[in-house]
Design a protein around this ligand. Structure first.
Ligand code: CO
Length: 468
């Protein structure tokens, strides 16, 4: 028996624990060692890394990817891609999605883990097709399911989703438990059900330690036939991050399960990251709170991040006396919206609407634009029928019901070309144009700073020449 590991320290682990503030320079020196660890893959790009590079770290995300590629020639590099949203929150046109995938593969990505917040697979189809179109011998298209619990999210529903991902042509399937609420029992039933339905499809489990259940869940998942687990080197594990790589390695060794990992190397990797982590603990970027176990998500069925957000908002407004009422309102709003998985951006939308309903004292007297757009079908199809009265109130006469609306009208605009024209000579490469499309302001600021730096260097060189 064999279970392989995806190491997440370069992406999800530092995104979860320290808001993705890990600069490339902090880990450049360990990459060639990590390359010898024997991981199934290293998750190193996508998610919030792209935004963080441009917004906070003054890095070109594409250059970061090329550097990782150069230093890890033998390991599969993995990214997280939010389907038609790419790395942002709006739906991009097909030409942009296709170009983004093309450039990701060209710059070094092997595995594209593609998901949609609502599991509306129309939103991941273009990214899949582009992956197939630009695939190299190493490319893997991984179809990813946002895992959540609700009356409509049954084992059979998830099995159906997996069959669909299989039919669509994905190479592997990943179950993404972003809130860390998947219990050992649920993992067992889910994975056995999926393995029965699509036995040849490699299955990956991505979970978080937030609620403290992840190790037990992984153990059951392994018993039930999971092929790959996501873990983080131990000093960047636990809390809101993934379970620890070395811990799972030692446990599996004793079970006699082959992992392909090199014990010496994975320990060396952790030793390297220990002082890196300490630096961020010392300067407060890594908040010790994110290292704690918080089982509230299991009690309230609300992800930890969403709960702490709500507490912060209510405290700001001096309305913590409404906390219990707001908490009770969340499942009600979620039911009205057809049980969307509580993942960004839906967790924020549901949470804010619940708080508003309670604070205003009348349900849906004020409705946020995001919720209105959700009912207009702009995010995709809801997992279950929405509240029809609320839908009628939002859409008015002649509105097309949420679950009938076809949002995937050919997105054939020339968004890429338009952006190229806007940027002019500030963009040097297609990658620059893509950065600008994803994060216009941050990318432009970055390009302007880059230009200024180049001009300074250029002037300096000229002056140096003059002295000669
Ligand atoms: Co995650």
């Amino acid at each position: 028996m064999r279970v392989q590991f995806t190491e997440t320290v370069l992406r999800d682990a530092n995104q979860s624990l320290m808001a993705t503030r890990l600069p490339y320079a902090d880990y450049a020196d360990i990459l060639s060692t990590m390359d010898k660890a024997g991981y199934y893959s290293v998750e190193c790009w996508g998610g919030a890394t792209f935004d963080s590079c441009l917004r906070y770290l003054g890095e070109d995300p594409w250059e970061r990817l090329r550097n990782i590629r150069k230093n890890m020639p033998n390991t599969k590099l993995q990214m997280l891609l939010r389907g038609q949203n790419l790395l942002g929150y709006k739906h991009y046109h097909d030409d942009v999605v296709e170009k983004f995938v093309e450039l990701s593969i060209k710059n070094g990505i092997d595995i594209l883990r593609i998901f949609d917040a609502l599991n509306d697979f129309r939103n991941i189809k273009t990214a899949l097709e582009a992956t197939k179109k630009y695939a190299t011998a190493n490319t893997i298209a991984s179809g990813c399911i946002s895992y959540t619990q609700s009356p409509v999210h049954t084992v059979s529903k998830y099995v159906e989703m997996c069959k669909e991902l299989n039919c669509m042509g994905f190479d592997t399937i990943c179950l993404k438990d972003m809130a860390g609420t998947m219990s050992p029992y649920e993992a067992e039933h889910l994975i056995k059900g999926i393995k029965d339905a699509v036995p040849d499809m490699p299955l990956i489990l991505h979970t978080h330690c937030t609620t403290g259940m992840a190790y037990q869940t992984l153990t059951k998942a392994i018993d039930s036939g999971i092929d790959v687990i996501d873990t983080a080197t131990s000093c960047f594990s636990n809390g809101t991050s993934q379970p620890a790589t070395e811990t799972m390695f030692y446990a599996l060794e004793q079970y006699g399960i082959e992992t392909g990992l090199n014990e010496k190397v994975i320990n060396e990797v952790n030793n390297f990251f220990k002082p890196v982590k300490q630096k961020y603990v010392d300067d407060g970027i890594l908040n010790p709170k994110s290292m704690a176990t918080d089982a509230q998500a299991l009690v309230y069925k609300v992800p930890g991040g969403m709960l702490s957000n709500m507490i912060a908002n209510l405290t700001d407004m001096g309305a913590m006396d409404k906390f219990d009422a707001a908490l009770a309102e969340i499942p009600a709003v979620r039911a009205d919206m057809g049980y969307p998985p509580l993942v960004t951006p839906l967790s924020q939308m549901v949470g804010n609407q619940a708080v508003t309903n309670v604070l205003v004292g009348e349900r849906y007297k004020n409705i946020s634009n995001e919720v209105k757009n959700y009912f207009k079908g702009e995010y995709g199809i809801a997992p279950a029928p929405v509240n029809r009265d609320l839908e009628a109130k939002i859409l008015g006469a002649g509105g097309v019901p949420t679950d009938c609306r076809i949002e995937d009208q050919k997105r054939t605009g020339e968004e890429f070309k338009k952006a190229a024209e806007e940027l002019g000579d500030l963009a040097k490469t297609e990658e620059d144009i893509m950065s600008y499309i994803c994060f216009p302001k941050q990318a432009k600021d970055y390009f302007l700073a880059r230009k200024e730096k180049e001009e300074r260097t250029c002037k300096y060189t000229m002056e140096a020449c003059d002295e000669d």
